[in-house]
Design a protein around this ligand. Structure first.
Ligand SMILES: [Mn+2]
Length: 433
């Protein structure tokens, strides 16, 4: 069964080879730390749940607090772990230390034997004196790039996580009704995830009713969905550190009314087109701007934006209604291996500030695609922005829509040799019935 299966030794060896090839170290040595548990302030011996740094996890497939993986191009990989203590055997039920590992106490001697050679540190910060930061950025860029394509073990876990996520979303048809609170909806959704095998949620579940649907990182509370309101749900299950990230927007009463339907259709069309644009060689930045164009076109048709699509995007007026990027990498955590292609300078345009990827897609990459349209009071009521765009926004109409919230649709798309597979297509997009 996948949920308990560890990555095979062959899979881990292949990942380590891929990393070593990508880094191309000559004389430098590499150390990748898992990190240490973080204590809860005032919590005595309580710590936050420990998750190893994703760079360490990818190469070891374990959440080992205090673990350090070291690499010397002259003699390969050494896997340092803290030996299991008696206290851990009693309180945590831990058993033997992993095979083929070395007590972490020996790391100092390993480093001392290589004194004078540059040390590159990846993963979590090392204890003082561990590594320098000079070559780190470049190595991290190359390492991140090397682990972008998902291997079979990773994809199997993601598909399981998506199955669990779909089970949770299936509960929403019953759960979303006028009078239900955001918390009630969250509980139904997450219970579906956990019943279907999730270890945890991939990130804090978002359930926003009415105006809360326009708050990107909203945390569900006691507010009840009202007749005629939108309900935005953004959530994903996680399994053995691999997750997904899915958004659907529903009508509390079962069907969209008035402009809600028009806005939903615009977002849906933009989302479908962005999914279709995912293919080997496609630039993530181009997919982002394609989604901007589709959304702006729709907003012009609704007489919310005015003027030409090009002029509006050039002036960045689309950021008033679509202030985030089209998507990010997903897999080992919710912001997996994003960033730029190695060596590419960082794009500085405001319109790309929240598009955190800049590379051509390759087979094995999994991207979220998640365009949306929102009516955010902090953007639409801002005097500076109103002054900057006196003519290309129908301010009266835009202002009247504050309170409607927002609409977003999000799928997770695997790039294949000939195109793409929408991994989350099985989670329906229609309004909850
Ligand atoms: Mn997302």
């Amino acid at each position: 069964m996948i949920s308990s299966a560890k990555a095979s030794p062959e899979t881990l060896a292949a990942r380590r080879r891929r990393a070593a090839d990508a880094l191309g170290l000559q004389d430098e040595v590499l150390v990748i730390a898992a990190g240490e548990p973080v204590g809860i302030p005032g919590g005595m011996d309580q710590t936050y749940p420990f998750l190893a740094h994703s760079e360490y996890f990818w190469l070891t497939d374990r959440d080992e607090p205090g673990g350090v993986l070291a690499y010397d191009p002259k003699d390969g990989w050494t896997d340092f772990v803290p030996p299991v203590t008696e206290k851990e055997r009693i309180w945590e039920g831990r058993t033997d230390t992993e095979p083929d590992t070395v007590p972490v106490q020996e790391l100092a001697a390993w480093l001392a034997a290589r004194r004078g050679r540059a040390v590159v540190g990846l993963g979590a910060p090392l204890p003082p004196g561990g590594a320098n930061g000079a070559a780190q950025a470049e190595c991290r860029e190359r390492f991140t790039h090397a682990r972008r394509p998902k291997d079979e073990t990773e994809l199997a876990r993601m598909r399981e996580a998506i199955k669990a996520t779909a089970a949770g979303y299936r509960q929403l048809g019953e759960a979303i009704r006028p009078g239900r609170t955001e918390r009630q909806i969250q509980v139904e959704l997450e219970s579906g995830f956990f019943r279907a095998g999730a270890d945890r949620t991939c990130y804090g579940t978002i359930v926003g009713t009415g105006p809360n649907a326009a708050v990107f990182h909203f945390r569900p509370g006691a507010r009840e969905a009202k007749e005629g309101e939108l309900v935005l749900v953004d959530a994903g299950a996680e399994l053995r550190r691999y997750g997904c990230d899915v958004t659907r927007t529903y009508a509390a009463s079962g069907s969209f009314t008035g402009i809600q339907k028009d806005l939903f259709d615009i977002v849906r069309r933009a989302e479908e087109r962005a999914v279709e644009a995912c293919a080997p060689g496609a630039e993530t930045v181009d997919i982002h701007f394609g989604s901007c164009r589709d959304l702006v076109e729709g907003l012009i048709e609704l007489d919310i934006l005015r003027g030409s699509v090009d002029a509006i995007i050039e002036r960045e007026a689309h950021l008033l209604f679509y202030p985030h990027g089209v998507g990010h990498m997903i897999g080992l955590g919710v912001r997996d291996a994003s960033g730029a292609f190695p060596g590419r300078p960082k794009r500085t345009e405001p319109a790309l500030k929240n598009q955190r990827t800049d590379f051509p897609l390759e087979p094995g990459y999994v991207m979220t695609i998640e365009p949306g349209i929102y009516f955010v009071p902090a953007l639409l009521n801002d005097p500076g922005r109103r002054k900057r765009y006196p003519d290309c926004v129908n301010w009266e109409k835009a202002t009247s829509l504050i309170g409607l919230g927002g609409i977003r649709l999000e799928d997770n798309v695997l790039v294949t040799k000939d195109g793409r597979e929408n991994l989350t297509a099985g989670i329906p997009k229609g309004p909850a019935a």
